[in-house]
Design a protein. Structure first.
Length: 288
């Protein structure tokens, strides 16, 4: 089940829930900040309750002989595992080394002897690599922020390039147009390229006219089974706190949502539930 919602929709729903539809006491900028904070809470709620695979991704990079420290991906949040790529079809899982093992080395270094540690913005290997092996890092990325950027120009063609000024969109983001005339631009699109001040999407605008009124391009996220309700309620609580209103009813709703989301998000692969790791078989990778 998908549940795609954009930033404008979330702001409107948060205002409705806080009963502040006709008030600007809390500005759109403030609500956007509340929504992003609430999204961060929801994101952590999901991954901290053993539901990491909703967002797990990977990055492969090459080791350089004599170099032990490598930059983590820019969107790195938490590691799920590190593999040494032996061949195109075989990989060996690596273990994390304890801090006391940071100077670990051996006279004879086998590929399976590598261990790693996440330190600040880097991943560090010990012993220092002596060959140009490949590493596959499985990780949970940081939650993307809900974004909205006003556009000032458009370049039409088989793809559409929006001029936005500085932005944080990345390739692969799902976005939507909001408030454009003509309305043909108010559709879901996927970001295919980004520049410092431009965003290119897969929207084929060859046969469209230039907008007579420009709007915004906004993030559009999939909140699965209606979990955007958490953002709406939690943001409404923050809005009512600022207005010094009673939030008791909304807090009850939030607590109910927490229980519901934890229950619904667990065991995503219902056909193959989580089991205890087979440590005996796992050890075969590390000992000759």
């Amino acid at each position: 089940m998908t549940d795609y919602v954009n930033l404008t929709e979330l702001r409107t729903l948060a205002r409705q829930r806080a009963d502040q539809e006709n008030s600007q006491f809390v500005t759109d900028t403030e609500i956007t900040r509340y929504l992003n904070n609430s999204w961060g809470e929801l994101y952590n709620l999901i991954i901290e309750n053993f539901n990491d695979d909703y967002y797990t991704t990977s990055n492969t990079f090459s080791l350089t002989s004599g170099t032990d420290t490598y930059d983590l991906p820019s969107d790195f949040y938490k590691s799920r595992g590190v593999d040494l790529v032996v061949t195109s079809t075989e990989s060996v899982p690596l273990r994390r080394y304890n801090w006391a093992q940071r100077t670990r080395n051996s006279v004879t270094v086998y590929a399976r002897d590598y261990r790693y540690r996440i330190q600040k913005g880097s991943i560090v290997f010990t012993p220092s690599p002596s060959s140009n092996d490949s590493i596959k890092l499985w990780y949970i990325p940081s939650p993307k922020r809900l974004l909205s950027k006003t556009t000032t120009a458009i370049t039409r063609g088989s793809t559409t390039m929006w001029t936005t000024g500085s932005h944080e969109f990345v390739v692969g983001d799902t976005i939507t147009g909001q408030g454009f005339l003509a309305t043909d631009y108010n559709v879901d699109q996927t970001v295919t390229a980004v520049g410092t001040n431009t965003v290119t999407t897969d929207l084929d605008s060859t046969g469209l006219a230039d907008p007579t009124s420009y709007g915004t391009i906004e993030s559009r996220f999939d909140f699965y089974a209606g979990w955007d309700e958490y953002l709406i309620v939690d943001s409404a609580i923050k809005m009512q706190v600022k207005e010094e209103q009673d939030v008791t009813g909304l807090m009850v709703q939030k607590n109910q949502l927490v229980e519901r989301i934890i229950t619904e998000s667990q065991n995503r692969d219902a056909g193959e539930p989580q089991v205890v790791t087979d440590v005996v078989s796992y050890e075969q990778f590390y000992y000759a």
